[in-house]
Design a protein around this ligand. Structure first.
Ligand code: CA
Length: 485
C-alpha cells in the first residue's frame, strides 16, 4: 500500500486484565484517521500465564478458548474478543498482522527423560561433560484442549535443547541427543551457534515439526482472517525452514500475504546475508536505523546526521526495510533497552514517516504510553501530525540536502495526485536554515511549518528557492500555507 503505516499495537507492560482487545477496538477510529493501514498484534495464543506478554508460547491452537495455564483467556482476552477486534479492524479496511513465535515453546505439561549434553553458554558448539540422562520440560499434552483442532502432541524429539535438568535441578543449556539431531545449522553464529534462545527450543529440521507448523499456520490464518505475520526471533531459527515456510504460505495464501521478520542485529551485513539466505521472502525491521536514531538522540550534536541512514536496511534494501523508532524490546526496562530520547522523538518519527523508502512502524508506547504512564500529549500530537503528513502529502521524488553534521533536510516533490511540495529540516544543534529548490512554479508562494514548531512564514523566491528554517534541536516541515492536514 502506498504510504502505508504499521502500528505496533502493544507494549511490554500492558495490564493483564483481559481487557486489551476491547480497549484496542476503541482506538481504531483515531488510528485509521491518522493514517494507520495495518496493526501488529501481540502473540495471541496461550502462553505460560495471563502475566505473560505472549512470547512464552504454550499452545498455538489456544487463542483464549480453553482452560489451560490457569485461565481460558490470555493476557489480552478471549478468542471471541479477539475475533471481534479483527472484524472491527477489517471493517475499517486496515490489515492485521499476527505475532508468530515458532522458535520455542514454554510451560510444558510434564518433564521427560532423555539423553542430552551440557554446552558452554558462550560457545554452544563446545560440550561440557558427557552425554547423560536428564529430565527436561518437553512434554506438551494440552489437557485443556485435548485433540480439538489438532492431535499433535510435542515430545523431546521435537526439540533441540532445553535450559533445565529436572533430575538434578541444574540450570544450563542442554543439547538434546538423538538420531539426526543437533543444533539447527542455519542460525546466527553468535555464541558459536545461536539456535537456543529460551525455554524448549523447537527442532526446525525435524520433518514432523516442519509439517505441523505449516498445518498450524494455515489454520491460524484462516481461523482469524490474518493478513500477515510478524515473525519473532528469526536469528535463532533455521533459515532453510524459514524459506520453505514462507514459500509454503505464499503458495497457499497468495503472494500478497505479508511477512515481516525480527532479526535483532545491528550489522547491516548480517541482515543482508540473512535476507539472501531466505531468498528475500520477508521484510525485516531496520535494526541498524533504530540504533542510529538511538545514537543521534544520545550524542545530539556529536552525531553526524548526514550518516543517519548508513548501515541501515533503508539504504541497502529499501523495499524490505520496516523502519521503527522504538518497540517493546527497546523500551525502558527491557533486555534490548535502547530508548530514543524524548527530545529527538519527533525528528526520529519524521525520518521514518516522511521519507520515500521504508515501511514505518509506530510504537504503541510512543503514542499511548508505557507501563500505565500516558505518553505526553505533545508527543502524541506530533506523531499524529507527521502521520497525516505522510498520509496526505509525502509523495513523489525525494531530494536530499544533507547540509552539515547537525542539520539535514529533504524535499518531497509531490506527484500528480498530490502536487504539493514538502520540505523537512532537522537540526540537532543550533537554529539553522537550508536553501532548497521547490521549483519555479512555487515562486511567490508562502510556506508554513506544519509541525507548529515555528510560527514564521517563508516566501519562495523568483527562482523557486526557499530558505527553510529550523529551531535548535528541532524539526520543521514546510508546505504551502493554508492546506488542510
Ligand atoms: Ca532455535
Amino acid at each position: 500500500m502506498k504510504n502505508g503505516i504499521l502500528f505496533q499495537a502493544f507494549e511490554w507492560y500492558l495490564p493483564d486484565d483481559g481487557g486489551y482487545y476491547d480497549d484496542l477496538c476503541l482506538k481504531l477510529d483515531e488510528l485509521k484517521e491518522m493514517g494507520v493501514t495495518a496493526l501488529w498484534l501481540p502473540p495471541v495464543y496461550k502462553a505460560t500465564g495471563v502475566n505473560d506478554v505472549g512470547y512464552g508460547s504454550y499452545d498455538l491452537y489456544d487463542l483464549g478458548e480453553f482452560d489451560q495455564k490457569g485461565s481460558v483467556r490470555t493476557k489480552y482476552g478471549t478468542k471471541e474478543q479477539l475475533k471481534h477486534l479483527i472484524s472491527e479492524i477489517h471493517k475499517r479496511e486496515m490489515s492485521v498482522y499476527a505475532d508468530v513465535v515458532l522458535n520455542h515453546k514454554a510451560g510444558a505439561d510434564r518433564a521427560e527423560k532423555f539423553q542430552a549434553v551440557m554446552v558452554d553458554e558462550n560457545d554452544r558448539n563446545r560440550e561440557v561433560g558427557d552425554v547423560h540422562e536428564i529430565a527436561g520440560w518437553t512434554g506438551f499434552d494440552f489437557p485443556g484442549r485435548g485433540d480439538t483442532y489438532s492431535k499433535f502432541k510435542w515430545h523431546h524429539e521435537h526439540f533441540s535443547g532445553v535450559d533445565f535438568d529436572n533430575l538434578t535441578g541444574t540450570k544450563a543449556i542442554f543439547r538434546i541427543i538423538g538420531d539426526n539431531k543437533g543444533w539447527n545449522l542455519g542460525v546466527s553464529t553468535e555464541k558459536g551457534n545461536f539456535d537456543y534462545l529460551m525455554f524448549a527450543d523447537l527442532d526446525l529440521a525435524h520433518p514432523d515439526v516442519k509439517e505441523e507448523l505449516k498445518i498450524w499456520a494455515l489454520w491460524f490464518i484462516d481461523e482469524l482472517g490474518l493478513d500477515g505475520f510478524r515473525m519473532d526471533a528469526l536469528k535463532h531459527m533455521d533459515q532453510a525452514f524459514l524459506e520453505e515456510f514462507f514459500n509454503f504460505i505464499r503458495q497457499e495464501k497468495g503472494e500478497d500475504f505479508y511477512v515481516l521478520g525480527e532479526y535483532w542485529i545491528k550489522s547491516e551485513e548480517e541482515n543482508s546475508d540473512f535476507l539472501d539466505k531466505i531468498n528475500y521472502r520477508s521484510q525485516l525491521f531496520d535494526v541498524g536505523l533504530h540504533f542510529n536514531l538511538f545514537e543521534a538522540s544520545k550524542n545530539s550534536a556529536g552525531f553526524d546526521l548526514r550518516q543517519v541512514f548508513d548501515g541501515s536496511l533503508l539504504k541497502s534494501h529499501p523495499a524490505l526495510s520496516v523502519t521503527f523508532v522504538d518497540n517493546h524490546d527497546s523500551q525502558t526496562g527491557q533486555a534490548l533497552e535502547s530508548w530514543v530520547e524524548p527530545w529527538f522523538k519527533e525528528s526520529a518519527y519524521a525520518l521514518i514517516l516522511l521519507r520515500q523508502e521504508g515501511y514505518p512502524c509506530i510504537f504503541y508506547g510512543d503514542y499511548y504510553g508505557t507501563n500505565g504512564e500516558p505518553a505526553p500529549d505533545f508527543i502524541r500530537e506530533k506523531i499524529t501530525c507527521l502521520s497525516k503528513l505522510r498520509k496526505n502529502f509525502a509523495f513523489g521524488a525525494q531530494d536530499d540536502y544533507f547540509q552539515s553534521p547537525t542539520c539535514i533536510g529533504w524535499l518531497r516533490q509531490g506527484d500528480d495526485e498530490h502536487p504539493n511540495k514538502m520540505a523537512a529540516v532537522i537540526s540537532t544543534g543550533d537554529a539553522d536554515t537550508i536553501g532548497m529548490s521547490v521549483g519555479q512554479g512555487e515562486a511567490g508562494k508562502v510556506y508554513a511549518d506544519y509541525t507548529g514548531n515555528s510560527e514564521n512564514k517563508i516566501t519562495i523566491d523568483e527562482e523557486g528557492w526557499g530558505a527553510f528554517e529550523v529551531g535548535p534541536g528541532s524539526i520543521s516541515v514546510w508546505m504551502e500555507d493554508g492546506l488542510e492536514l
